[in-house]
Design a protein around this ligand. Structure first.
Ligand SMILES: [Fe+2]
Ligand SMILES: [Fe+2]
Length: 186
């Protein structure tokens, strides 16, 4: 299925950014300076790419398809995944608020930011495993080819509306740049 393949590829980008965020947390823990622009770019990725685009494709299109197909093995999985999305959204809000406070010079926000980032990394990593290993397997097994074509059209619509043109490429370039800085050993 092309739709699940696209979502899986997006998961790979998200996991890469989570690895970068993990490194940044370690550096902050060692009191190393991090350019605030990097954290701003990462936050934008979570708010726009993950929340507004990726989660919208799942919540607005794939999840209702799965629920409508009445798959016996689904067993409340969609409910779990939706709860995860809501909690992840709250973590991003805390990261955003504490980062704003930190930029305004209030050091107490560092601890709050570190905790929220840790919770976000843990939950989103688990969440992605549940989708890749269980949900997408069910979708591939039960949804029909016509459904896949409809999903792909609707995904494209979301992408244009939520990201706008050129944003996807911009995120890709940002990922490559931050990967070189934080993950590649020279
Ligand atoms: Fe999800
Ligand atoms: Fe996902």
């Amino acid at each position: 299925m092309k739709a699940t393949k696209q979502l899986k590829e997006e998961h790979q980008a998200v996991l890469l950014l989570l690895s970068i965020l993990r490194k940044i947390r370690e550096k902050i823990g060692r009191k190393e300076e991090i350019p605030s622009q990097h954290l701003e770019e990462i936050l934008e990725f979570f708010k726009v790419f993950v929340d507004k685009c990726h989660h919208k494709k799942e919540e607005g299109i794939l999840f209702p398809m799965i629920t409508g197909a009445e798959i016996p093995e689904e067993k409340g999985l969609i409910g779990d995944l939706l709860r995860d999305h809501a909690i992840l959204h709250e973590y991003v809000k805390v990261i955003d608020e504490s980062f704003t406070g930190f930029k305004a010079g209030d050091q107490r926000n560092v601890e709050r930011l570190m905790e929220a980032a840790k919770s976000y990394i843990t939950l989103l990593t688990e969440h992605i495993s549940k989708e890749d290993d269980i949900l997408f397997e069910l979708a591939d097994q039960y949804l029909l080819r016509e459904a896949d074509e409809r999903m792909m059209e609707q995904f494209e619509y979301i992408e244009i509306n939520q990201l706008g043109s050129g944003k996807h490429k911009q995120f890709e370039r940002m990922l490559e740049r931050l990967e070189k800085i934080y993950l590649k050993k020279i």
